[in-house]
Design a protein around this ligand. Structure first.
Ligand code: PLP
Length: 366
């Protein structure tokens, strides 16, 4: 196998630091080995720092970001529950679909692609429906919109509704403050701003959310993702009983990736993303290309940009890949065929990459 050398500036996966790649090759030990479980505990502790939470139940689900989505939704939702979901792109739509499949009556609050969900409209729907769960996507990777959460979390404090937040693209790229915002459950993915290969989905559940899962009238529809069973292994107090075989090498990779994040410092990492995202977005504007996400709510780590009329965007992406080794993403949904999604996530978020991409685009536009 000889994978080519790429610069990953799409919507994920992002480039991986050599230290993380090396860690994946460490000798394998058993997932019940007394030297492995402390590593799992350390990962949980580091994830708490990143999520901004003291939630005891914070761990990496085995599977990609969608597994974290499923894990949170299927544990918190019982058949017949009302669920309100903000939909302004692909991933809000995916949460709605997962909740429907879990038997929920789903009510969506929608916004045009590129715009945030209006907090007041979302709260109005929540007050009307009084749902078991209200869900939002913090960083909508299909549009580049950065959803404000604090105001919504504050307004829902003390209500029975559990607030669920998709942090797949936001974690370690922009501020995430689960406890301060009153978020009850959140999930992320390793392959975005954490810069670890895809394969794990860090999740966090508040005590209130765990109590809801434990008090369910019906068993969780998914055996694999049933939190009450998973805790038997994850929690030292649960006796570390076997549930499924933890993906040991991926946990090595995540542990190393989290070490790198914390060595840099969460605030410094967020500032790096903000600075370089701004540099990229200014550069694109100077090239005359329109930024498609709502002004004032643009993610630094994921920029959606429109291409000039008549451009075959797929052909241009193929040229970028062939001539510069740069991967960017095509548009999805409403943006398909007319936009790119440019990622500056984690290890890929580097000034050299920004300048190289802008220079390459200038040549393509010439
Ligand atoms: N949620 C968001 C916001 C995402 O960007 C993604 C993936 O891009 C997912 C969920 C699903 O994650 P995965 O593709 O790792 O399953």
């Amino acid at each position: 196998m000889h994978p080519p050398d790429r610069i990953l500036m799409g919507p994920g996966p992002s480039d991986v630091h050599p230290r993380v790649l090396q860690s994946l090759g460490h000798p394998l030990i058993g997932h019940l080995d007394p030297d492995f479980t402390p590593l799992l505990d350390r990962v949980g502790e580091q994830l708490r720092t990143l999520f901004g939470t003291s939630n005891r139940v914070t761990f990496p689900v085995s599977g990609t970001g969608s597994a974290g989505m499923e894990a949170t939704v299927v544990n918190l939702v019982e058949p017949g529950d009302d669920v309100v979901v903000g939909v302004n792109g692909v991933f809000g739509g995916r949460i709605a679909e997962v909740a429907r499949r879990a038997g929920a009556n789903v009510h969506t609050v929608e916004a045009p692609w590129g715009r945030i969900i209006d907090p007041q409209a979302f709260l109005e729907e929540v007050r009307k429906r009084r749902p078991a769960v209200a869900a939002l996507v913090h960083a909508e990777t299909s549009t580049g919109a950065h959803q404000p959460v604090a105001e919504i979390g504050e307004a829902l404090r003390g209500e029975d509704t559990l607030l669920l937040l998709d942090c797949v693209t936001s974690l370690a790229g922009v501020e995430v403050a689960v406890d301060a915002w009153g978020v009850d459950a959140g999930y992320s993915g390793t392959q975005k701003c954490l810069s670890v290969p895809p394969g794990l989905s860090p999740v966090t559940f508040s005590d209130r959310a765990v109590a809801k899962v434990r008090g369910r009238a019906s068993p969780v529809q998914s055996w694999y993702l049933d939190l009450t069973l998973l805790l038997g292994y994850l929690d030292a107090e649960g006796g570390r009983t076997y549930h499924h075989t933890a993906p040991v090498s991926m946990i090595y990779g995540l542990a190393e990736g989290l070490d790198l994040v914390l060595e840099e410092g969460v605030d410094a990492r967020i500032a790096r993303h903000a600075h370089l995202g701004g540099l990229l977005q200014d550069g694109l504007t100077q090239l005359g290309l329109p930024l498609l996400a709502q002004e004032g709510h643009r993610l630094p780590q994921l920029t959606t940009v429109g291409l000039p009329d008549g451009v075959d965007e797929a052909a241009w992406r193929a040229r970028l890949l062939k001539e510069y080794g740069i991967e960017v993403g095509g548009g999805l949904g409403d943006f398909a065929g007319r936009a790119w999604r440019i990622g500056l996530m984690g290890h890929s978020c580097d000034e050299r990459n920004v300048r190289l991409l802008l220079a390459a685009l200038e040549r393509l536009l010439d």
